[in-house]
Each structure stands twice: as structure tokens, then as C-alpha cells.
Design a protein around this ligand. Structure first.
Ligand code: FES
Length: 200
């Protein structure tokens, strides 16, 4: 019996036609599988390989190379906290400490008791101008403070509220002038209508 749903396998089979190189579909396919299961099991990776007609070893190699793919259970909402230089200089340590307290975990990889949250520390996410920042699920949140982390965590517990907060107009920083996104836009980051930016 498949671990991935029939619907998802059909969706994965359609992916290669969208790329000049069919192999390019492997990452979005793994992403879809991870979205459905929460993490990638060996069986899921094998089914992705079969759906894409790729060598299972190749698919596993991609899945184990990138840290955004998980091989153990994670929280329903996953925080990827950038702790690289720009974010560190602008207070990521304090923000990460607050996140740990807010979701009730002792460190990266631990899942909160309610199963809602986990976090990990990652290298630069390409949005240094908005430091300190993080990715949560598929959204970027930036100009983080301990107050903003609390808001995000609380809003995640009420999904509709989180959507609204994430698209709200971005508040001006009280302690420093912020760059103009139109002229100093971060690479690999695309600003949405409002307060969050997402991966391009
Ligand atoms: S150092 Fe954090 S986004 Fe670049």
C-alpha cells in the first residue's frame, strides 16, 4: 500500500512536464510528499522516484542533501530560524531563545508537546536586509522581535489569524531606518502584498 495518496502521486507525475529537465521536478515532488506526510520516509522517497521514473538513489541523495527536507517527525508548523551573521548581529539569539520558550521546546528538532511546532537553525536565507528573519512553513517573516515571535506563534494556533497577520502591512521599525524594498531587495526573496515575503 502506498504511503502517498493517489492524488499526490498523480500530481507528482505531472511535474516533469513543467521543467526543461524532468529531473528538476525532484525537489518540488519531495516538497509535496513532505507536505503530505510531515517528513520523508524511505517509502515516500521510493514512491517519488517511481512517480518521476528516476533512480531511487538519486532521489534519496537530493532529499538527504538539503536540510529543508526532514526525515523525522516535525511540528505541524516549522520555523527555520536564520542565525547567520546579519541576523545574529540584529538579535537572532534573543529571538530564538524567545521562540523556544513560546513553543515549549529545549532545542532544534524537538517537537512541542501539542505537536504544533518545531524549529531549526539555518544558514542565511537570502533576506539579510530584513534581519533578523525566519521562514515559517512556506512564508518568510522578517524584522523579528520577541514580541513578533509571540504574535506569530499565537497566530499559528489560529490559522486564519496567522494568514491575516502575515499579509498585514509591514510596521516600520522603531529603532532603525529600514531599506527600501524596491531598490534593495533581498535575493531569493519576493515581497508579497504586505508584511511577509515568500521564496521566489
Ligand atoms: S544572515 Fe539571516 S537572512 Fe542572511
Amino acid at each position: 500500500m502506498s504511503v502517498l495518496s493517489e492524488h499526490l502521486i498523480e500530481e507528482i507525475k505531472e511535474l516533469p512536464a513543467k521543467y526543461p529537465q524532468p529531473r528538476s521536478a525532484v525537489m518540488p515532488a519531495l516538497d509535496l510528499a513532505q507536505e503530505e506526510l510531515g517528513y520523508l520516509t524511505p517509502e515516500a522517497m521510493t514512491e517519488v522516484a517511481e512517480a518521476l521514473m528516476l533512480d531511487p538513489g538519486y532521489v534519496e541523495g537530493v532529499a538527504t542533501f538539503y536540510t529543508l527536507f526532514h526525515h523525522e517527525p516535525t511540528g505541524k508548523h516549522r520555523f527555520y530560524m536564520c542565525t547567520n551573521l546579519a541576523c545574529m548581529l540584529r538579535g537572532s539569539d534573543e529571538v530564538v531563545t524567545r521562540l523556544r520558550e513560546a513553543i515549549g521546546v529545549r532545542g532544534p528538532g524537538e517537537v512541542s508537546k501539542d505537536g504544533m511546532f518545531s524549529y531549526e537553525e539555518v544558514e542565511c536565507l537570502g533576506a539579510c536586509e530584513y534581519a533578523p528573519m525566519c521562514r515559517i512553513d512556506h512564508r518568510y517573516e522578517y524584522d523579528l522581535t520577541v514580541v513578533k515571535i509571540d504574535q506569530i506563534v499565537n497566530d499559528c494556533r489560529l490559522p486564519r489569524l496567522y494568514q491575516r497577520t502575515a499579509s498585514a502591512p509591514r510596521a516600520a521599525s522603531a529603532d532603525a531606518p529600514r531599506p527600501k524594498p524596491a531598490t534593495r531587495r533581498a535575493p531569493r526573496a519576493k515581497k508579497t502584498d504586505g508584511g511577509a515575503i515568500s521564496e521566489s
